[in-house]
Write a protein that binds this ligand. Structure first.
Ligand code: COA
Length: 179
């Protein structure tokens, strides 16, 4: 995969269908896929990756819909998408991910929290995702326990954990580690 040919940019209305197809292909949360919230990774005119910052009505923000096409994985594209998403982000952000992958996101300052400490809209998505995981069990698909991660910009402490250390803002991800 030629890294130089991959561009990370804001999505446009014309990307809506490709974003939806990409997110659906990995059975990620199918709700709230508004192109306005997305960044996409593009090569040769095709979208090969996407991520969004969900803006919930309770004011919370959730990194979601992180996906890279199978052929393009392992080249730092997801890391570049997250780096770009956080380049100008100064608000607390939450995300929901499989417990087994939670440690990956520490490099962006995320840490695991109790579900009850998360904003209500994030908790709702976590609950819905967990229900889908239970259904997976009955459909004999791999079951992944989902956890909630929180990222607080430096100086902003969580309501529930006053001992939080200031967290780094966007740090370079795999892209720079592999270059
Ligand atoms: C997760 C995903 C986006 C990673 O894309 P990518 O471009 O290959 O990621 P990168 O090359 O930037 O690698 C970033 C790191 O994320 C890890 N990772 C995080 N979540 C992962 C997941 N769900 N599956 C596999 N690897 C994952 C990678 O192993 C890698 O770790 P490393 O630095 O220790 O090697 C891609 O595997 C994917 O689309 N998976 C299906 C959808 C999904 O699970 N999305 C995550 C929802 S939270």
């Amino acid at each position: 995969m030629d890294q130089l040919a991959i561009i990370i940019r804001r999505a446009t209305e014309r990307d809506q269908q490709a974003i939806r197809a990409l997110v659906h292909s990995e059975r990620l949360n199918p709700n709230g896929l508004h192109w306005q919230n997305f960044l996409v990774a593009v090569t040769g005119g095709s979208i090969i990756g996407a991520v969004q910052m969900r803006k919930h009505t309770d004011g919370s923000r959730e990194l979601g819909s992180l996906v890279v096409t199978r052929e393009a994985r392992g080249h730092g594209i997801a890391s570049r998408l997250i780096d770009a998403l956080f380049a100008e982000e100064r608000q607390p952000v939450w995300m929901i991910t499989a417990e087994a992958n939670a440690g990956t996101y520490a490099r962006w300052g995320f840490r695991q929290i109790e579900a009850r400490a998360a904003p209500v809209k994030v908790r709702r998505n976590h609950l819905m995702g967990s229900l889908v995981c239970i259904l997976s069990f009955f459909m004999r698909r791999p079951v992944r326990r989902l956890v909630i991660l929180e990222r607080r910009p430096a100086g902003k402490t969580s309501r529930t954990s006053a001992s939080d250390q200031p967290l780094p803002l966007a740090v370079s991800g795999l892209q720079s580690a592999r270059s």
